[in-house]
Design a protein. Structure first.
Length: 437
C-alpha cells in the first residue's frame, strides 16, 4: 500500500467533509482539522524567502527541514524540534510521511526540487521562477500537467492573491478600456552589473558549498557570490536578474488579464549592449508579440527594468511608479501596481460604472495551496499557468544574450534559425546532476 497516497486521500476526504463550514465561516481548513489531519510539509531552504514561506505554512505540521547552511538549519530546527533535518534536498523528498514540500532555494535549483518532488507524488509550493531556463520551466509545467489530478501546486507570486489584481483583471476582461493591443510592465530595480568576484576563500565549516552549487558549473567559494538580498540572482549561473524575480510578479498581471500563453517573437536590449557572460544587465527592455486568444486581439507585451520606463500617458508620470503595468486599449488606458489602479483619461472614466466583482477573494496565497492539497480544488498560480508565464519571461533573457530578435516555436522549444540560443534555452548540468530524478 502507498502510505503517502492513502494519507493524502484521507486528508482530502476529511477536508471536503468540512467545506461547507469553511466557506460559511471564512476559516482555513488548517484551523478546523485536528493535528493528525494536518499536512506533513517539508521545507527546502529555511532562510530569507524560505523563512517567510515556512511561517506562512506553519499552521500545518512542519515535518522536515533542509538547508545547505547548517547554522540556518539549526535555528529552524530549534523552532520545529520534531522535524527531521537534511542537508541534501535529494534526501528530503524521499521522506515517507511527507505530503508536500515548499521550495525556496536559489533559482538554479527550483526545477530540480520541483520535478523530483512531483515524481514522488508530493504537492509543491515553489518560489518563482519555476526554473532557471525556458526548458526547465517547460519540464516543470509538463510534469504537473501529467500529475495534476494527484497533486496541488502553487508558484510564489503572492501578489496574485490581492484584491487589486482581481479588480484589474475584471476591468480588462469586461472591456472597460476596449480591446487591448499593448501592455507595458516595468520594475525600477536596478541590476548591479559587473563581473565575477575575484579570489578564492575557504569554505565555512557550516556551509556545504558543493550542494549549494548543485548542477551549476563548479566555482571556488567566494562569500560575495551568495550573501543575502538576492545577490546570487545577479549571476547567470544561479539566477535570472530582475526579470526572473520581479517580472514573475508584475508580468503576471498582464498574463492573467490578457489570457496570454506562448509568444510568437521576442526581442531585447540592455546595458551593457554586449552581454556579460557572468552577470545580468543593469537594465533590460523586452518586447514580445502574442497571438490572438479567442475574442482577444494580438497584443504586444513589453518589459522595462532598472532606469527604463514605458512612455508616460498624458497626465501621469510613470517615473513615480516603482513598478506596474500599463494596458492600452482602444477606448482608454489602465495603469496598475500591487495596490492601486487608475483608468485613463480620468475625465472619461469619472462616472464609470465598474463591473460587479466576479473573481472571488483569495484565502491567501499559501492557504489556497494548503486547501488545494487537502481538497483537490484548483490553485490560481498552478504550475501550468505559471509555467507559461516563466517560459515567456525567461525567453527575454535568451533574446538579450544572443542579441537578436527571436521567432519562437513553443512546441519545439526552439528559436527558429538561431541555434546559438539553444545553450541558453537549455543549460548543461554538472556531472551527476539529473533534472528528472
Amino acid at each position: 500500500m502507498n502510505h503517502n497516497a492513502t494519507r493524502r486521500t484521507f486528508l482530502k476526504q476529511s477536508a471536503l467533509a468540512g467545506v461547507g463550514y469553511w466557506v460559511a465561516a471564512g476559516t482555513s481548513r488548517a484551523q478546523q482539522d485536528s493535528p493528525n489531519e494536518k499536512l506533513n510539509i517539508g521545507i527546502i531552504g529555511v532562510a530569507g524567502r524560505g523563512g517567510s514561506n515556512m511561517n506562512s505554512v506553519a499552521s500545518e505540521n512542519i515535518a522536515a527541514l533542509c538547508d545547505v547552511d547548517e547554522n540556518r538549519l539549526g535555528k529552524a530546527s530549534e523552532r520545529f524540534p520534531k522535524a527531521k533535518t537534511y542537508i541534501d534536498w535529494r534526501e528530503i523528498v524521499d521522506q515517507k510521511d511527507l505530503d508536500a514540500v515548499v521550495v525556496s532555494t536559489t533559482d538554479h535549483l527550483h526545477a530540480f526540487c520541483n520535478v523530483w518532488a512531483m515524481n514522488r507524488g508530493l504537492s509543491v509550493y515553489s518560489e518563482k521562477p519555476l526554473g532557471h531556463s525556458v526548458y526547465e520551466a517547460s519540464v516543470v509545467q509538463a510534469k504537473y500537467v501529467e500529475n495534476r489530478d494527484k497533486i496541488a501546486t502553487q508558484m510564489g507570486t503572492q501578489i496574485h492573491a490581492g484584491a487589486n489584481y482581481r479588480r484589474v483583471v475584471e476591468l480588462v476582461q469586461s472591456g472597460a478600456i476596449g480591446p487591448v493591443h499593448e501592455a507595458h510592465a516595468w520594475c525600477g530595480r536596478i541590476g548591479p552589473g559587473g563581473g565575477l568576484p575575484e579570489g578564492e576563500q575557504p569554505v565555512p565549516e557550516y556551509l556545504h558549498w558543493d550542494l549549494w552549487l548543485g548542477p551549476a558549473p563548479f566555482r571556488p567559494y567566494n562569500s560575495k557570490l551568495m550573501p543575502g538580498n538576492l545577490t546570487w540572482n545577479r549571476y547567470w549561473d544561479y539566477g535570472n536578474g530582475t526579470l526572473g524575480d520581479m517580472g514573475s510578479h508584475v508580468i503576471d498581471l498582464a498574463f492573467w488579464a490578457l489570457k496570454l500563453r506562448a509568444p510568437l517573437t521576442c526581442e531585447a536590449e540592455g546595458n551593457p549592449s554586449e552581454p556579460n557572460p557572468y552577470t545580468n544587465p543593469s537594465w533590460l527592455k523586452l518586447k514580445w508579440d502574442h497571438p490572438a486568444r479567442g475574442d482577444m486581439p494580438p497584443v504586444k507585451l513589453a518589459w522595462y527594468d532598472g532606469i527604463q520606463r514605458p512612455p508616460s500617458p498624458e497626465g501621469l508620470d510613470l517615473s513615480k511608479w516603482g513598478l506596474g503595468v500599463l494596458f492600452i486599449g482602444e477606448e482608454g488606458m489602465l495603469v496598475a501596481d500591487y495596490g492601486k489602479h487608475i483608468l485613463l483619461p480620468e475625465d472619461k472614466f469619472r462616472d464609470f460604472q465598474r463591473p460587479e466583482p466576479w473573481i472571488p477573494p483569495s484565502l491567501g496565497h499559501h492557504k489556497e495551496w494548503i486547501h488545494a492539497c487537502k481538497t483537490g480544488e484548483p490553485t490560481t498560480c498552478n504550475f501550468d499557468y505559471s509555467g507559461e508565464l516563466i517560459e515567456n519571461n525567461l525567453l527575454g533573457n535568451v533574446a538579450y544574450r544572443v542579441g537578436q530578435k527571436l521567432e519562437w516555436d513553443a512546441k519545439a522549444l526552439k528559436a527558429v534559425g538561431c541555434p546559438e540560443a539553444d545553450k541558453y534555452i537549455r543549460r548543461e548540468y554538472r556531472k551527476g546532476w539529473v533534472l528528472d530524478g
